[in-house]
Design a protein around this ligand. Structure first.
Ligand code: FEO
Ligand code: CA
Ligand code: CA
Length: 635
């Protein structure tokens, strides 16, 4: 549960379970709907080996570890036979001249700019040789309660703002594996780099140069400073890193008395108040002075991790919204397809299809594939009361599907800048907060976590219960998966079901107890990070309520699970420390090491001292997990 989500909890909407009751009356028991699902999938997906995955949950042949119990301890727990060690924590030096972390809360902005940023999130592993690699890691936001000795309870100084701007962005650093199998950070190595909220970037694609992205400081509308709220990530086959700008709105405010956001600013959650306070010392973040600056954020940014002097490129063809991750696949046709979630209650699921095709023999020729292509948004259909069905990708192209001047769209630039409104215009399905998307290594299926949505079914929310969002006041979340028709990721048709419906079978009944692959021993809430390993194990990370009480009783701290898409079985693989979220995962190519992010342990001053223990300050940390027998993770 991030700081932002805590804030949003203030406007909590209480809902009745009436839609759920109606479903139960229709006889949609958990077992019932899953059986129905499998039968229908069998009808139109007989060719898919995954079609019957959740028909009945069988013991996995893919997973060989013994699952760990739920935990409320302030430690990172892995299965028997596994070793977990910290790789790097917030504040550890990366650049050659950076100092060691100073826990006093009075570090300078310059010190922070050479150290690992705060709140580790999505990350990718770029191999250089068998035991040498570059890790690119997002630093999503920063926890003022630990960044500053005043804990953010005072107005920020100009230096404080610079410090916070240096604590976010991306950290890129070389790592080496020693003879004992441990990965270590190479401080000062030549590819090490920090990218922050002030690093120079280039805007590319349809929005570049448009009036809506021009500012007093940049009359060209192409030169942007910085990236922040970098949530999850993507990795291209041509060796670049994709970082996704999520809750950028929270970093903007307005100094003018009586400032009211316009409809477009409201749709992106922009307000006069900002808990981060950057606008109080940096006018770029003051919307009364720079109304177009927010239009320059909310994009996917492409970074070359092999060239520390390269200029990161914001790829506007992929749309502007609260990007979670960017799941890249190359279709049989050679077109690059990127699946993209917009993590907000009632927002949408997107995909981008490149105009040009991937050239496996010339990596340099692929460098601008994400600059030009077609953006689509998903519309899910289901027969009344069914939790499976068909779907369609609706094109977000200026001049098509009502994206015309009559409806307020005057160019493709406006379509991508206001992608959310374009999605509404074409009739996209409102989703339960799409987080990460992951493409199965055999490319037949795609999975997306829908983390939770307390507004689902709420009056006036335009978020009806049904389809892939089957529960009102959805506090647990679910995982939707779809099959592109004919295996064509560039096409517009797909079929879908729910791979898992998280729930609590110990205190709930019906849909709120969860699907049949959820039980008292593996239950969790709010699935968020997902990714596949090379063998097709689906890894699931959670960012949920860790109260361990009431409807969350028995779930413990946030955790990481492993699922077998074939058998439907889900096992808990790891549990995190107090008040953390588990987010970010990357495997070494030999599948013998997995890097796992532990974000914001001890948030809101919860009693965590992870990872150092004692009375130390809690610090976001990347853990590396390997097996004592050096075997494949999860096998
Ligand atoms: Fe940064 Fe939606 O998680
Ligand atoms: Ca997330
Ligand atoms: Ca989340």
């Amino acid at each position: 549960m991030s700081h932002h989500e805590m804030l949003e909890d203030e406007d909590r909407v209480e809902l009745e379970h009436s839609d759920f009751d109606r479903m139960v009356q229709k006889g949609l028991s958990r077992r019932g709907f899953l059986k129905g699902s499998a039968t229908a999938m069998g009808l139109f997906l007989a060719a898919s080996p995954l079609a019957q995955a959740v028909a009945s949950v069988t013991e996995s042949k893919l997973m060989g570890f013994t699952q760990v119990p739920a935990s409320t301890a302030d430690t990172f727990v892995v299965p028997e036979g596994y070793i977990a060690e910290p790789l790097i924590s917030w504040g550890d030096p990366i650049l050659a001249d950076a100092p060691e972390f100073d826990a006093s809360g009075s570090q300078s902005a310059a010190a922070q700019a050479g150290q690992f940023g705060d709140n580790t999130d999505g990350m990718s592993f770029f191999p250089l040789s068998a035991n040498h690699a570059v890790l690119a890691v997002n630093n999503e936001y920063t926890n003022y309660e630990y960044l500053f000795s005043h804990q953010g309870k005072e107005a920020l100084s100009a230096e404080d703002v610079k410090n916070a701007q240096a604590a976010v962005g991306i950290s890129i650093f070389e790592i080496k594996r020693n003879d004992q199998g441990q990965w270590k950070v190479e401080k000062g190595a030549k590819l090490n780099r920090r990218i922050t909220a002030t690093t120079e970037m280039q805007l590319t694609g349809p929005a570049a140069g448009h009036d809506l992205v021009k500012t007093a400081a940049d009359s060209s509308g192409t030169q942007v400073l910085g990236t922040f709220n970098n949530c999850a990530n993507g990795q291209t086959p041509w060796g670049t890193y994709l970082t996704c700008e999520e809750n950028f709105n929270g970093f903007f405010g307005a100094s003018a008395e009586g400032f009211t956001p316009n409809a477009q600013q409201k749709r992106y959650g922009l307000k006069d108040k900002s808990s981060y306070q950057w606008f109080t010392h940096d006018s770029r973040f003051d919307m009364s002075q720079n109304p177009n600056e927010p239009n320059r954020h909310g994009w996917v940014v492409e970074i070359d991790p092999m060239d520390p002097t390269s200029t990161p490129k914001k790829r506007t063809a992929l749309g502007r919204f609260k990007h979670e991750n960017a799941a890249v696949t190359v279709d049989d046709s050679g077109h690059v397809v990127v699946y993209l979630g917009d993590d907000e209650r009632g927002e949408h699921l997107y995909k981008f299809v490149s105009r040009n095709t991937y050239n496996p023999d010339n990596m340099a020729a692929n460098r601008d594939l994400l600059e030009d292509g077609t953006l689509y948004v998903a519309k899910f259909s289901a027969a009344d009361g069914e939790i499976k069905g068909h779907g369609e990708w609706l094109e977000l192209t200026y001049g098509k599907n009502g994206l015309t001047a009559k409806n307020g769209f005057n160019s493709q630039a406006e379509v991508v800048i206001y992608a959310r409104e374009a999605a509404t215009q074409v009739g996209a399905t409102t989703m339960d907060r799409p987080e990460w998307v992951a493409v199965h290594p055999n490319r037949t299926t795609v999975f997306c976590t829908l983390t939770n949505n307390k507004n689902r079914g709420g009056e006036g929310m335009n978020q009806p219960v049904g389809g892939p969002n089957p529960r009102a006041k959805n506090n647990y979340g679910q995982i939707v998966r779809w099959w592109p028709r004919g295996g064509d990721h560039t096409g517009t048709r797909f079929d879908w079901d729910l791979f898992a419906i998280a729930g609590n079978p110990t205190v709930q009944e019906g849909l709120y107890a969860g699907s049949d692959n959820i039980n008292a021993d593996n239950m969790f809430n709010s699935p968020d990070g997902v990714g596949f390993d090379d063998s097709g194990r689906l890894w699931i990370q959670t960012d949920g309520k860790y109260s361990n009480e009431g409807e969350f009783a028995g779930m413990g701290n946030n955790q990481m699970l492993c699922a077998d898409p074939q058998s439907g079985e889900i096992r808990r693989f790891a549990t995190g420390p107090i008040a953390c979220e588990i987010t970010g995962l990357a495997f070494s190519p030999d599948q013998r090491s997995v890097f796992i992010g532990v974000q914001h342990p001890g948030e809101e001053l919860a009693p965590s001292h992870f990872p150092a223990g004692g009375d130390s300050k809690p610090r976001s940390t990347i853990m590396v997990v390997r097996r004592q027998d050096n075997g494949v993770i999860g096998a």
